[in-house]
Structures are given as structure tokens and as C-alpha cells.
Ligand binder design. Structure first.
Ligand code: FO1
Length: 337
């Protein structure tokens, strides 16, 4: 497996033997949404040394349920990096039980959002700490540390932001669309409520300015990475960072591996392809990583002024995650800022 090490300036060098670079520190920032993003983040965690990885996570799909603040993407990344994510769904906690949800159903509540008993503890404590005045950044750091996550997980901002989707059935809250209505509605527009009042936190800005490489994980470009890039101050922080930046396409052969990214891009009038994803990140990244199935997209992406790495981008195993992460970091090392 590749071990990534810092060489000089804003360069990342890959070598086979970590010992050659003992003491060298590489600072990598990954931008991620839910399940797909968490997989690559865990690959990055596997090839980096503890403390070298910071994951900036989408919080625009956060919402309130039964008085609790639920942060699905933060929790998906946190559980994955802690090694306790449910391997079947990618979200929620492994081997969780649903007694609390069953009781809520018995009280007549509609249990459409499947919160497990262990997962519930996260929401209870998070909500309590937020009510005591802690910022989401601090709460997340505390939860992740308690679960033994070696890297840093940062919410994209501390202010509440909500994704609203315009559909033929009307304006829908994100989880209403995603979970309750099983993503069946056509998405005609996206609104990020509260984004104007949000700002990239000091921690996010510092992490990006200190980064040796920035990786956009294979998450939905519209509703996962889109909100992160829309946080005021985020694009400026990325543009001012001298780090090389690469994005991994979440579309393979024009299809999303998970979730509605392909349908959403089409219904919003964008091209559902690796090239379409590259267009979303024009001006942000210098390189795109696409699957072998998308080799034919190479020329179009290069025409946007980006370098292209074609590889096996589908992560079926832990080994795939680490291999892809190593390749993406090597690729970053070959890119200029
Ligand atoms: N996704 C579902 O499809 N159904 C669920 O019942 C569900 C519950 C859930 C509970 C906690 C959590 O952290 C995530 C959960 N998710 C569920 C996933 C989540 O809604 C989506 O993956 C993201 O919001 C999209 O990135």
C-alpha cells in the first residue's frame, strides 16, 4: 500500500516506505458529504498518519426531529472513521437496535427516519451541548474524540443551513425528499436556506490554508459538495490555498453509485457524467479522478484545463478505499496548485 509523505513546498510525494519520511507531516483536507464521501475519507485516514487528515463535512442536510439536532453526514463520516458505521447502509451505527423508535411508533409517531438506539445517544448529547452554547465544531470534535477518530472532522460551518428542494410536489425539506419520499420527486431547483448568514469557521479556514492537498470526495456535487462550496468564505479560502486540489467523480458511466446525483443533475439541466461533475468544480480543482468506464470523458475534462486520472474509482472494500486514497494523493502531488 502506498504511504504518502510530504516532500517540499506544496508537493506531496508517494513512496513505498514510510520510514524514509519519518517525522514528515502531510496535511490533507477532504470535502465530503455522506456515504460515498465517508468511504474515501476512511481510505485517506488509512494511508495518512493520525492528525494529518481533516474532513470538512456538509451540514445542509441537518434537521430537527423530536427536538433533536440530527446531522446525518457528520455522523456518517464520524461513524465510518471510528470504524462503527453500519456496513449494510453506510449510515447509522453497526449492530444498532431500534427499541426507542419502536416505542415512538407505539406512541403514534411516524417513524420514517430510522434512528437507532446507539445513534440516538449521539443526537441527544449533541443537542444538549448545542443548547449549552457549544458550537457545532466543538461538539463534533468532542464526539469524534470520544469515539477514537484519529483525524479531525469539521462541519462546513457552525450556523444552521438547510437544503430545500423544489419539486413538482412543492418545496421539500432535504430529508423529506431523501428518506421519506425515497428520492422519487424530480428536483427542479435547490435552495440553501441560511447560507447567507453562514461563514467558513476559523477551524475550516485554518485547515484549508495549512493544507498540502485538498480532495473533493465522491459525494453528490449538488446537495453535498455544493453546499460546502457555497458557504461564504469557502471558495476564497480554497482559492488562496497553495495546495493542489483534486476531485473524485461520484458518477461512473453516467450513473450515481448511490443516491440520486445523476437524476438530480439531469433534472437541473446539467450533464450527468464525469464531465458534468468536472464542470461543477471548474475553478476549484486542478484535477479530476474518474473511473475507467469514463475514459472517454478525458478529453472534455482536459478541455476545461484540468488534469485527469483514470483509475478504478469504485470502492467495494477497505483495500479499494486505501488504494484509491493513495492514488488520489499521488495525483495531487503531480498537480500544480
Ligand atoms: N437514510 C435513509 O435512507 N433512511 C433512513 O431511515 C435514514 C436514517 C438515518 C439516521 C441517522 C443518520 O445519521 C442517517 C440516516 N440516513 C437514513 C442517511 C441520511 O439521511 C442520508 O444518507 C444523508 O442525509 C444523505 O447524505
Amino acid at each position: 500500500m502506498l504511504k504518502v509523505a510530504f516532500s517540499s513546498g506544496a508537493k506531496i510525494a508517494a513512496c513505498d516506505d514510510a520510514e524514509d519520511h519519518s517525522g514528515a507531516v502531510v496535511k490533507v483536507v477532504a470535502l465530503a458529504g455522506g456515504v460515498g464521501g465517508a468511504k474515501l475519507a476512511s481510505g485517506l485516514q488509512a494511508v495518512l498518519t493520525p492528525g494529518e487528515l481533516t474532513v470538512v463535512v456538509n451540514t445542509a442536510d441537518d434537521f430537527w426531529l423530536w427536538g433533536l439536532r440530527i446531522c446525518p453526514d457528520l455522523d456518517t463520516v464520524m461513524y465510518t472513521l471510528a470504524g462503527i458505521a453500519n456496513p449494510e447502509t453506510g449510515w447509522g451505527v453497526m449492530d444498532d437496535t431500534f427499541f426507542a423508535l419502536g416505542m415512538l411508533s407505539r406512541y403514534g409517531e411516524d417513524a420514517w427516519f430510522r434512528v437507532g438506539d446507539r445513534d440516538l445517544a449521539t443526537h441527544v448529547l449533541r443537542t444538549s451541548l448545542l443548547r449549552e452554547g457549544e458550537r457545532l465544531t466543538q461538539v463534533t470534535a468532542r464526539l469524534a474524540a470520544a469515539l477514537g477518530v484519529p483525524g479531525r472532522i469539521l462541519p462546513m460551518c457552525d450556523e444552521p443551513v438547510s437544503t430545500l428542494l423544489y419539486t413538482p410536489a412543492g418545496k421539500l425539506e432535504f430529508q423529506e425528499y431523501f428518506v421519506r419520499r425515497a428520492q422519487k420527486d424530480e428536483v427542479l431547483g435547490v435552495e440553501l436556506r441560511g447560507i447567507g448568514e453562514a461563514r467558513a469557521s476559523r477551524e475550516v479556514e485554518d485547515a484549508i490554508s495549512a493544507a498540502d492537498a485538498v480532495v473533493i470526495c465522491p459525494s453528490n456535487p449538488v446537495v453535498s459538495i455544493g453546499p460546502i462550496l457555497s458557504v461564504p468564505g469557502m471558495r476564497r479560502a480554497l482559492a488562496e490555498s497553495g495546495a493542489p486540489k483534486a476531485a473524485v467523480s461520484p458518477l461512473v458511466g453516467g450513473r450515481a453509485l448511490k443516491g440520486p446525483a445523476d437524476r438530480m443533475m439531469s433534472s437541473l439541466g446539467r450533464e450527468a457524467s464525469a464531465l458534468g461533475v468536472a464542470r461543477e468544480y471548474e475553478g476549484v480543482v486542478g484535477g479530476m479522478v474518474v473511473d475507467r468506464a469514463d475514459e472517454r470523458e478525458r478529453a472534455g475534462i482536459e478541455d476545461l484545463g484540468m488534469e485527469v486520472l483514470v483509475t478504478d474509482a469504485v470502492m467495494r472494500s477497505e483495500e479499494d478505499r486505501a488504494r484509491l486514497a493513495g492514488e488520489v494523493l499521488d495525483f495531487c502531488g503531480s498537480l500544480g496548485a
